[in-house]
Design a protein around this ligand. Structure first.
Ligand SMILES: [Fe+2]
Ligand SMILES: [Fe+2]
Length: 380
């Protein structure tokens, strides 16, 4: 099975930003209507550029026969004896996974289960051409993403430590509630969100992999490492989309980054819910507060990660650079007065984000009886 590098974007990805197929007339944005027209133009142009390349997914680069699948990590019942031996080995490893790490693993898996809602959000973006290469991208992306929830949920099931019914109730509620990504169907904001979110999930899965390895759990380490590599690759693609928009519509794109920096990027599963043993559906808030505090305490995903990811994006998009520890704006070709103001507002916001990240507040994990983890289970 291929294990491509998380950051191997392939030569085609570079062509997205290089202007291959550029045939769009840029427009000066004067009002809200013009902004929408402009986005229609830029989305068409992005779509055309995507058509110039084929290898923008790991699967495209390595081919479907080399693409990893959940079955690579799960027991095969082609040989029952071996399959049960494998299950026992997985359960022996999962036995020693600390409850905090198991909590984060379940929360991360639940987030991956939101794929149908994320796909609907992307399909609902304003100015999305009715068909074409962007649709192909979304389908290819979804095809890679669906592996994540499948392999992770199966591992949870095989672990013998998870109350799968309680977990599945949370999944159903999550899908039923839908997600609010805070993008208002705007493609610029949408691709800022996906760039950020892919980097955040990359970091979270990679950190779970690292910690699982330390606990002697190579199964979780391998799976989460593989998922993290996918997320890193997806991030590279979405970051390129934003680079294209910066080239075509610097003011519009800068304002969109400003909007997302100011409203902060929330995790899609932030309103995750549970059903308590009496059958009562718990209101949103408590479960996510617990999950996110545990993620911080274990070092899987912290406010420092948020600050580092936002810094990485500003540098990657050449919005700003750090000079002697201080953020300074970079000249952005074609940026007008509105964009200049937005750029300064982004820098202010970034400084606040970094101040919060370094304020070293002690993480307090709230009392919460998580329904997802079995209180007792038979040892393998
Ligand atoms: Fe994913
Ligand atoms: Fe992803």
């Amino acid at each position: 099975m291929a294990t491509p590098n998380a950051h191997d974007t392939g030569p085609d990805m570079e062509r997205v930003a290089s202007g291959v197929g550029a045939h769009m007339q840029t427009h000066v944005r004067t009002d809200e209507t013009a902004a929408m027209v402009n986005r229609a133009d830029t989305m068409r142009e992005l779509d055309a550029r995507l058509g110039q390349m084929r290898a923008y997914l790991r699967t495209d680069i390595h081919g479907i026969t080399q693409a990893w699948q959940p079955a690579d990590y799960l027991p095969s019942f082609a040989n029952q004896h071996r399959a049960f031996g494998r299950i026992r080995a997985i359960q022996a490893q999962m036995q020693d996974l600390p409850p905090e790490l198991l909590t984060v693993l379940i929360g991360d898996t639940l987030t991956e289960e939101g794929l149908p809602d994320f796909t609907a959000e992307l399909a609902g973006l304003n100015a999305l051409p009715p068909s074409g290469h962007l649709h192909r991208w979304f389908r290819g992306w979804a095809g890679e993403e669906q592996r994540h929830q499948k392999v992770l949920a199966n591992l949870l099931w095989l672990s013998g430590r998870v109350d799968m019914k309680a977990y599945e109730q949370s999944v159903q509620l999550f899908l039923q509630d839908g997600v609010d990504l805070g993008i208002d169907r705007d493609p610029y904001r949408g691709f800022v969100y996906t760039s950020f979110q892919e980097l955040a999930t990359q970091r979270s899965h990679a950190n779970v992999a690292k910690l699982a390895n330390k606990c002697g759990n190579p199964v979780v380490a391998e799976v989460c490492g593989q998922v993290a590599a996918d997320e890193g690759h997806h991030a590279q693609a979405y970051m390129e989309f934003v680079r294209v928009f910066f080239e075509l519509d610097p003011d519009g794109m800068m304002c969109a980054v400003r909007d997302m920096w100011q409203r902060l990027i929330t995790m899609p599963a932030h309103h995750m819910r549970e059903v308590d043993p009496s059958g009562k559906v718990l209101p949103p808030g408590a479960t996510f507060a617990y999950f996110s505090a545990v993620a911080q305490k274990t070092g899987v995903y912290t406010v420092a990660d948020y600050a580092q990811i936002s810094a990485r994006l500003l540098e990657a998009w050449k919005v700003a650079q750090r000079n002697a520890g201080r953020w300074e704006a970079l000249p952005v070709p074609g940026l007008g007065p509105e964009g200049n103001v937005a750029q300064q507002q982004i820098l202010c916001r970034q400084r606040v984000i970094e101040r919060v990240a370094t304020s070293r507040r002690k993480v307090v994990v709230p009392e919460h009886a998580l329904t997802w983890i079995l209180k007792s289970h038979t040892k393998p």
